[in-house]
Design a binder for this molecule. Structure first.
Ligand code: 13P
Length: 682
């Protein structure tokens, strides 16, 4: 069941991540396309005049940045809880918008994937319902998404992604979209794009006729048209099926007299320049000198040159006065012009009606200055960058720097950690005690337990540990194990003690009895005792008091269940456990407390908390100890981690600044494993 849940959450995570990365990226490389789409929405709401172009453009860039960053964060599981909530909120808004466009039909294409993929309003709604369901699944169990990158490096990924997407948008605005998904891309033949292939579906229409007889009106079709005793009143024709619409269906050029010269322009053999300026009033004038030179070049080499615009005669006059333009103006549909090239002005070079060059006004072709004919220049040949090249560029500009930055971050973190270790070694006096403690639980008979204790003692005597070592055994082992341990090297502890000092409590073992065996420690508050023996915070409070009163040091455990962690209640739970049983102690008593954070979901399950998760909790625990007993006491408190700690992960866990060692269950039952964990401090 758990595995199914993990698979489900991660499939949803993947679906959300890939969708957002893709939709963010296609928007970022064509901010103007997204801006036009936003303007379509404003027009549908009759708000077009109220929002300045700069605002819609900024909104387009922001939308791309949000979507891509969100996708990357979900993919890498960065800030899992927060980002999944954000995704739900984002999807809720988007789904509402798509419900509106599905029913009201204000725009034909939602624009989710720019020009890369066009969806009908029904398809968009279905897509968003699926994504919303994925978002709800992810937000329910965000911690089931494993992190792909350590917490320390997460900020790099998020910030660099944001920077990358803003830089990409800026570049594509200054130049042209890196990928051109429109029907006028390099290599596209406009005449071909306008052709309706033979056998393509034709639009279907149905006509109904309204006729009258004896004052009764009735509707008929051609199939059941009645006899002449009926009088014709009216007819209506509706389209019942759409026909094939070619990719280019609205390209037409008119000269100043209103003559359609589209065919003439497109059937020209050889090169043709199109200067595209949807709106002369908003066109950038900074490059007018270069544009005039390109026109002169075209005239010198007898290449037709058309300036296509949707602006009126007055605007043309003004443009000519301001720029000294001598080229001829032609009229073309504004939306078509905006689709052809995302630059105002932008230049397009056709050869036999095929688009072989496109330039923004910021990057007009300089080769033309050489005055050679186009067929001798590289710009006269169709030479688009291959998709592989562009994808490689994206890789080099995004993935590689990310990798390098993460590497640098790792190196800095390591240097810092070494420095910290060096400083803490120097300030040995104030360094809190590091401990590795074994909790044998109910696993061994007396003979096996004594043998294990001997083995551990011998191993630690032969190779002095860099930390305190404790073995906590069942009651029946204590006295015998005490005989075989050198407690200067391996200290002894019990796994429990009674909540009563003395008396008629059959089967119980008091703190005093434990102490009398030679033991120095006792584990209290272990989740197994809370769960199976119903030890409440009040009972534990009694036990702690009695243990301390009898000169025992207490290893006090706390930790949350999986459900509590999934509900993000771990801090709350742990704080309540400490509040209920140990935060009542005096500052002096506190000096004899060792804390152990043991997430219940990690105990004996083989599922360790990651070193980041453990560190986060131990740092939190230290912070609440500081609130209660002051900063210095918190600095001096030893806090252990417990839960599937083994030789393979001990080093990483102990490397964390707040983790002072481990409380080891299963792995403390084998001397070699226990010793390997002890050696993680070396
Ligand atoms: P494991 O190391 O077997 O997960 O047990 C941890 C524990 O409960 C120590 O007290």
């Amino acid at each position: 069941m758990k595995t199914v849940k993990i698979i489900l959450v991660n499939l949803c995570r993947l679906a959300l991540a890939l969708t957002f990365v893709f939709s963010g990226f296609v928007k970022a490389i064509d901010p103007q396309g997204t801006q036009y789409k936003l303007q379509d929405y404003l027009t549908a709401l009759s708000l077009q005049g109220f929002v300045p172009d700069a605002v819609t453009l900024l909104a387009a860039v922001a939308l791309a940045a949000i979507e891509l960053t969100m996708g990357i964060m979900i993919l890498f599981a960065i800030e899992r809880r927060r980002i999944s909530k954000f995704v739900v909120a984002f999807m809720a808004v988007m789904t509402l918008i798509t419900v509106w466009i599905f029913f009201a039909n204000p725009v034909k294409d939602c624009g989710c994937f720019g020009d890369a993929i066009h969806l009908t309003n029904g398809q968009t709604l279905a897509k968003n319902i699926v994504l919303m369901a994925c978002a709800l699944i992810v937000v329910r169990w965000p911690l089931l998404m494993p992190r792909l990158i350590s917490k320390t490096n997460q900020w790099i990924i998020t910030n660099y992604t944001l920077l990358y997407i803003l830089a990409t948008s800026a570049w594509c605005l200054w130049d042209l979209p890196t990928f051109d998904f429109r029907p006028y891309h390099l290599g596209a033949n406009i005449l071909k794009g306008m052709t309706i292939p033979k056998g393509a579906p034709q639009p279907k229409f149905t006509t109904t006729f309204i006729l009258e007889k004896h004052g009764v009106k009735k509707e008929f079709t051609l199939d059941n048209y009645p006899d002449s005793t009926w009088t014709f009143i009216d007819s209506k024709t509706v389209q019942t099926a759409p026909g094939y619409v070619p990719p280019i269906h609205d390209f037409s050029i008119e000269d100043q007299q209103g003559n359609d010269i589209t065919q003439q322009a497109l059937h020209h053999k050889g090169y043709t320049f199109l200067l595209i300026m949807p709106h002369l009033e908003q066109a950038d004038q900074s490059q007018f000198g270069d544009i005039n030179e390109i026109y002169d070049y075209a005239v010198d080499h007898h290449y037709p040159f058309y300036c296509l615009t949707a602006s009126d005669e007055k605007a043309r006059q003004k443009w000519e006065d301001m720029t000294g333009a001598e080229y001829p103006f032609y009229t073309c549909d504004e939306t078509t012009l905006k689709t052809i090239v995302r630059s105002n002005p932008g230049l397009v070079l056709l050869k036999d009606a095929t688009v072989i060059g496109k330039w923004s006004h910021n990057r007009l072709p300089k080769e033309i200055m050489s005055d050679k004919p186009l067929n001798e220049l590289s710009i006269g040949q169709l030479n688009p960058d291959s998709v592989a090249k562009r994808v490689t560029e994206i890789f080099l500009w995004y993935v590689l720097p990310l990798f390098l930055l993460s590497l640098v971050d790792r190196i800095i973190v390591n240097i810092k950690r070494r420095k910290d270790i060096f400083v803490s070694h120097k300030n040995n006096r104030t360094m809190r005690k590091k401990i590795v403690a074994g909790n044998w639980k109910m696993n061994m008979n007396l003979q096996d337990g004594v043998a294990l204790a001997k083995e551990i003692n011998a191993a630690c005597a032969a190779d002095k540990p860099n930390c305190g070592v404790i073995v906590c055994t069942p009651f029946i082992h204590l006295a015998s194990v005490a005989q075989v341990l050198d407690q200067n090297v391996v200290a002894l502890g019990a796994e429990n003690c009674a909540d009563k000092a003395k008396g008629a409590y059959t089967g119980e073992v008091s703190a005093e009895m434990v102490k009398s065996t030679g033991a120095q420690y006792v584990i209290l508050g272990h989740s197994e005792r809370r769960q199976y023996y119903h030890e409440t915070p009040e009972i534990l409070k009694e036990k702690v008091q009695l243990a301390l009163a009898n000169g025992l040091k207490v290893i006090f455990c706390c930790g949350e269940t999986l459900e509590e962690r999934e509900a993000n209640k771990q801090n709350e739970v742990v704080k309540a456990e400490l509040d209920g049983s140990v935060f009542n102690l005096s500052a002096d008593e506190w000096k004899n407390i060792v804390l152990a954070y043991e997430p219940i979901w990690a105990i004996g399950t083989g599922k360790t908390a990651t070193s980041d998760q453990a560190e986060e909790m131990l740092a939190y625990i230290r912070s609440i100890v500081a609130e209660k007993y002051g900063k210095q006491a918190a600095e001096d408190t030893t806090i252990l981690y417990g839960g599937s700690c083994k030789p393979g992960n001990a080093k990483e866990l102990f490397a964390k600044p707040d983790i002072d060692g481990g409380l080891i269950g299963g792995a403390s039952l084998k001397a070699a494993d226990f010793k390997a964990i002890i050696d993680a401090w070396k």
